[in-house]
Design a binder for this molecule. Structure first.
Ligand code: ADP
Ligand code: MG
Length: 674
């Protein structure tokens, strides 16, 4: 059955020709309709052809959910256990085998890290497939730049004078077994920007896979839609009651909208007459665990219509069969760096209008298996005024983490051969942040602390807090806090119609210094339940405890995993992960924790003004403490915060009070005053 499915994919017909081209060329650009079989089949074809006899086939994805779910599918197609022949590696979660794994799905970020950490030529990979290249994530762009360089070295192409200069001295440490194993690069994309990739790789060969696309009838809203979840709900039930069987895929910007729409659909569906077709709602988003996400792939039981609520993950990276109707809200969430307003160096997730290219992809999802319909919850004028395609991340996201990693390699982003050059301001802003974190010195050289920070797969701000915590002997507590803050779902569930109950239930965790110590209190209380036991009773006790306190257990479970990995990194960089404040108890611990966090968040700090507002210490923006913060009803002299939220006001979230003396003893702030 599964082999028959494989055989019937559009890409199967071109198999031999594709392999022949990949064999002939060092770099190939492969373009093809979503769902034609690129991501799942190409690595298997390459494996079968023996092209990768000397190493692993890596295939990169911008999203971790895509990487894990595709690895699961392909390992099923190969009839093997996930983690044996086919494995994956995403941040904080890896499943592969040193000896057995030949096909490795991984995030672009993981491969970049591997490159940075090992400082070699990725010698154990024979073929590297950069998938979803059209998304142009910062890491994909960086990867493409480095792969170009690595391939030149490994495949022994004549190098230019310039390269020879730059490569001086580095060569010796690198030419271990790397040079004996040439590297093939395949770049895959779903949209029509192949030329740009081809040009970047010296006019690499472009191959096209013919997709199967049936006509899709598009309906636009007549007037503009104010509440897109409400409109999606109505549209869904219109389809459900009036239209022929076939599954529905609804595109929403994020988890909150998905969960709220899921509830409404289930509520209305339960009121339908028994004779009516049932509704099975499935959801798919990054923070959801793999087993939940994979439910969307199972066909609906007979007598049921499947309705999948997804983020733009279902746009090109994952294909679900059976879709006949698409409802497109026209919105997505996108990382955006607000350098000027924030002064710090954090990215913010903003809900925004999609691009024409996304709209077209979303529509296409309805026509994979037969004619379909797409309901756009925006007007035709709105579609016409959308921008053609997105801006690459390198032009709009924080470069802090990237530049730190490059510093470790002794490289400068501004000198690298990237597809689009970032502007000077954002490089300057990243350098400023790194200097503030003590990761680089005044002459922009990386410091010993900076080296340590780069080992942590975290935003440099949090890596800095961990590194700083060894000075204050509170690493264990900082790991607790940072793990929760790095988890992909929020710890505190907000239920707006039960605000008081929520606030009451959480009162006992609330710490007078603010949100960071509050998080620590929650983690500690959670850990005490069942003492980490994995018995069924302990598990359900923890679950019940979280429900009672309106806490998201998923976040705590994930944090626990993350913590383990951070402990491992601490060990590697020679830090004592169990360091804890022992004498003089609570007060000293609080001070130590806040100072450590403060080192990381120094750029995200604000002082109280005479009029009661807070003004940034760096940057001049006035910020308010978010009403959800433990500190929202207090006035303190100085605050630090995790991030800013932009609505009609600028809100600081994840806020803690910090003593003003922290700033006078801080090496950089102190220097600034002098
Ligand atoms: P492309 O990369 O060209 O968009 P894919 O290789 O991702 O195409 O998908 C090929 C086919 O494999 C799709 O039609 C989809 O139905 C199927 N598929 C992919 N992942 C899964 C999965 N987890 N479960 C079931 N089918 C899957
Ligand atoms: Mg794909």
């Amino acid at each position: 059955m599964i082999q028959e499915q494989r055989h019937n994919l559009p890409i199967a017909k071109g198999k031999d020709a594709l392999i022949e081209e990949i064999r002939k060329n060092d770099v190939t650009v492969l373009l093809g309709e979503t769902g034609s079989g690129k991501t799942t089949q190409i690595p298997q074809y390459i494996l079968e052809s023996g092209l990768a006899r000397n190493g692993i086939i890596a295939i990169t994805q911008p999203r971790r959910v895509a990487a894990t779910s595709l690895a699961a599918r392909v390992s099923q197609e190969q009839n093997t256990h996930l983690g044996d022949l086919v494995g994956y590696a995403v941040r904080f979660d890896e499943k592969h085998d040193e000896q057995k794994t030949k096909i490795k799905y991984m995030t672009d970020g993981m491969l970049v890290r591997e490159m940075m950490m090992q400082k070699g030529l990725l010698g154990r990979y024979s073929v590297i497939i950069v998938d979803e290249a059209h998304e142009r994530t910062l890491r994909t762009d960086l990867l493409l730049a480095k792969l170009k360089e690595i391939q030149r070295k490994r495949n022994g192409k004549a190098r230019t004078q310039d390269d020879a200069e730059k490569g001086k001295g580095k060569e010796k440490e690198n030419n271990s077994d790397d040079s004996s194993n040439p590297l093939k690069i395949v770049i895959m994309s779903a949209t029509i920007d192949a030329e740009k990739f081809s040009k970047f790789f010296d006019n690499a060969k472009i191959l096209y896979v013919q997709g199967r696309q049936h006509p899709v009838k598009i309906y636009h809203s007549a007037t503009s839609v104010l509440d897109y979840t409400d409109a999606a709900l109505r549209t869904f039930f219109q389809i459900h009651t009036d239209s022929a069987p076939g599954d529905v895929l609804i595109f929403l910007p994020g988890q909150e909208d998905i969960e709220s729409l899921q509830k409404s659909i289930q509520l209305f569906a339960s009121q339908l007459p028994v004779s009516a077709l049932g509704v099975l709602v499935c959801t798919m988003f990054a923070a959801q665990d793999h087993s939940q996400n994979s439910k969307a792939f199972f066909p609906a039981p007979s007598g049921m219509r499947k309705c999948i609520l997804a983020t733009n993950i279902a746009e090109t990276s994952i294909t679900i069969s059976g879709i006949k109707y698409v409802i497109d809200t026209g919105k997505c969430k996108e990382k955006q760096y607000l350098a000027k307003a924030s002064g710090g160096g954090f990215d913010t997730l903003l809900t925004r209008d999609i691009t024409k290219s996304s709209a077209t992809q979303r529509t296409g999802r309805a026509g994979r298996e037969g004619p379909g319909m797409c309901f756009r919850l925006y007007t035709e004028e709105a579609f016409n005024s959308m921008s053609e395609s997105g801006e690459p991340e390198i032009l709009r996201c924080s470069l802090t983490s990237t530049i730190l990693n490059l510093k470790c390699l002794g490289e400068k982003l501004e000198e690298m051969d990237v597809m689009d050059k970032p502007d000077r301001d954002s490089i300057a802003s990243a350098l400023k942040t790194l200097w503030l974190l003590g990761a680089i010195d005044a002459s922009q050289q990386i410091t010993p602390s900076g080296f340590k920070m780069s080992y942590f797969p975290l935003e440099p701000q949090y890596a800095c807090s961990i590194v700083a915590s060894s000075t204050y002997s509170c690493t264990s507590a900082i790991l607790d806090i940072v793990s929760v803050l790095s988890s992909s779902s929020k710890l505190f569930v907000d239920i707006s119609d039960q605000r008081e109950a929520v606030s009451d239930a959480r009162k006992k965790f609330r710490h007078s210094s603010g949100d960071h110590m509050t998080v620590l209190n929650v983690v500690r209380a959670y850990r005490e339940i069942g003492e980490g036991e994995s018995s069924k009773a302990a598990k359900s006790a923890r679950k019940e405890w979280c429900r009672k306190h309106f806490l998201n257990e998923r976040s705590l479970i994930e944090a626990c995993d993350i913590r383990k990995q951070l402990v491992e990194v601490c060990r590697r960089v020679g830090m004592d992960a169990s360091a804890a404040v022992k004498e003089n108890g609570k007060e000293r611990e609080e001070d130590a924790v806040l100072r450590s966090i403060g080192h990381g968040l120094a750029g995200n700090s604000a002082f109280l003004q005479p009029d009661g507002s807070y003004k940034q210490v760096i940057g001049q923006t006035i910020v308010k403490i978010h009403p959800g913060s433990a500190l929202s009803e207090k006035k303190v002299a100085a605050i630090i915060y995790d991030d800013l939220m932009y609505t009609n006001q600028i809100y600081a979230r994840g806020v803690s009070a910090i003593s003003k003396s922290f700033f006078s003893s801080h090496p950089v702030f102190n220097q600034r005053k002098a």
